[in-house]
Design a protein around this ligand. Structure first.
Ligand code: ADP
Ligand code: MG
Length: 396
């Protein structure tokens, strides 16, 4: 699907949404939106204070908020065609295990910060593929946060919004994600990727070359990030990090460790912890090299770093799968392909490809065709542009 088609789809959805929205909302309605994201490089580095390099992409979740005269939160998602109702005077854990956990979690999180919420209707619609690794979860959180901040006449900085939404996903929904998704979805600007230092939360907007395209391919092999494997990997990483920390107090987070530190501690940790930590230490280095490559306009070097990063996710982090590996290998053979790798938490989801602009559409078609030949699965491909995050859009 081209970005033009995505834009048209979203416009159609917005028009349909306005019609449906009249069912639960009376005017005045305020609309906010948040994009999806894809990570170019820096996978599983965020929760150990490392570097990531994502961009916001042109799918959006829209949140339309209208006030109510009572203390109820009435939530509607047109993606599920379902309404959920909560009493704002008694929001509390545990979550229901339902899509409404995400938006009501935001209301709960705002209340926890002392922000008073009066009744509201919140109507949500979006074209972010759900559960595909493009972070529809952070998109719905950030869109909701923007809407509810407006509703409560409060404001937070981009960093505070990202931290609030991460907390909701961790504590309220119960999914152990890092800060990357919420941060880029809030703070991105168009035509740029965002390099984020996940420890200090300082960031740089890095310009993307105009003669290369980002092509995302959804393998259609589904994963749920809240499931066991993500938590297992995270546990293995954190146990390795703890051993390194005990050996050398200067290592607070894995981000502070070198490969030499890891090798010295190898016999003290499980093989799994060693390999997971090795991926993260080398990946942080690759993100720094990618910043250099992007700054120098060296797309070939960037592409090579993506291939290496994929091998590291596959071999050391053990978070790839057969279909994703096949997509990367097919991509490598196609004209115009500069780099390809798995993106997102792992175990399925999407690949991200760096492709010469002139070949991008043809690349997407060929990748789909060859994948279908091999697996009988119809992949989804998207030729993407880097778009504005929720904050840039709201302040325009
Ligand atoms: P990902 O973030 O990769 O898309 P997750 O499993 O983390 O996958 O989050 C997907 C979940 O987020 C959905 O199953 C749903 O509960 C919630 N969600 C995302 N977007 C919407 C939406 N537009 N309407 C309702 N729920 C949504
Ligand atoms: Mg998610």
């Amino acid at each position: 699907m081209s970005s033009e088609q995505i834009r048209r789809d979203l416009q159609d959805q917005l028009a349909a949404h306005q019609v449906r929205n009249q069912g639960i909302a009376s005017s005045p309605a305020h609309a906010f939106s948040a994009p999806a994201r894809v990570n170019l490089i820096g996978e599983h580095t965020d929760y150990t204070g490392g570097f990531v390099l994502p961009l916001a992409i042109g799918f959006r979740t829209i949140a339309v908020v209208t006030p109510r005269s009572d203390d109820q939160a009435v939530l509607y998602s047109s993606n599920f065609n379902e309404t959920a109702q909560y009493d704002l005077r008694s929001l509390a854990l545990p979550p229901r295990g339902h899509w409404s956990d995400y938006p009501i979690g935001v209301a709960w999180g705002l209340q926890q910060q002392g922000i008073r919420l009066t009744g509201f209707n919140l109507s949500i619609d979006g074209n972010v593929p759900l559960g595909s690794g493009l972070s529809s979860s952070a998109s719905i959180e950030v869109a909701t946060a923007m809407a509810l901040l407006d509703h409560s006449r409060s404001s937070l900085t981009g960093e505070q919004i990202a931290l609030l939404c991460q907390k909701i996903e961790n504590v309220y929904v119960g999914s152990p994600c890092g800060i990357m998704d919420q941060f880029v979805i809030t703070n991105a600007i168009d035509k740029h990727a965002l390099m984020l230092d996940c420890r200090s939360l300082s960031f740089d907007h890095l310009p993307l070359a105009t003669d290369a395209r980002i092509v995302i391919c959804n393998s259609m092999v589904k994963h749920s990030i809240a499931d066991g494997e993500y938590g297992d990997r995270r546990g293995e990483v954190e146990r390795g990090q703890e051993i390194l920390r005990q050996r050398n107090p200067a290592i607070q987070l894995l981000r502070d460790a070198t490969i030499a530190d890891l090798e010295a501690a190898r016999t003290e940790m499980s093989e799994a912890s060693y390999r997971r930590c090795k991926h993260i230490i080398t990946e942080n280095d690759r993100v720094i090299q990618t910043r250099e490559a992007l700054t120098a306009g060296d797309e070939r070097r960037f592409g090579q770093l993506m291939f290496t990063a994929h091998a590291s996710m596959r071999d050391d982090f053990a978070a790839s799968c057969e279909e994703i590996d096949a997509l990367v290998e097919i991509a490598r053979t196609l004209p115009g392909c500069l780099g390809a790798r798995i993106t997102g938490g792992g175990f399925g989801g999407c690949t991200v490809n760096l492709v010469d602009a002139a070949h991008a559409e043809e690349f997407a078609l060929n990748l789909k065709a060859k994948y279908r030949e091999q697996y009988g699965i119809d992949a989804q491909t998207y030729v993407c542009e880097a778009v504005d995050g929720a904050l840039a859009r709201a302040t325009q």
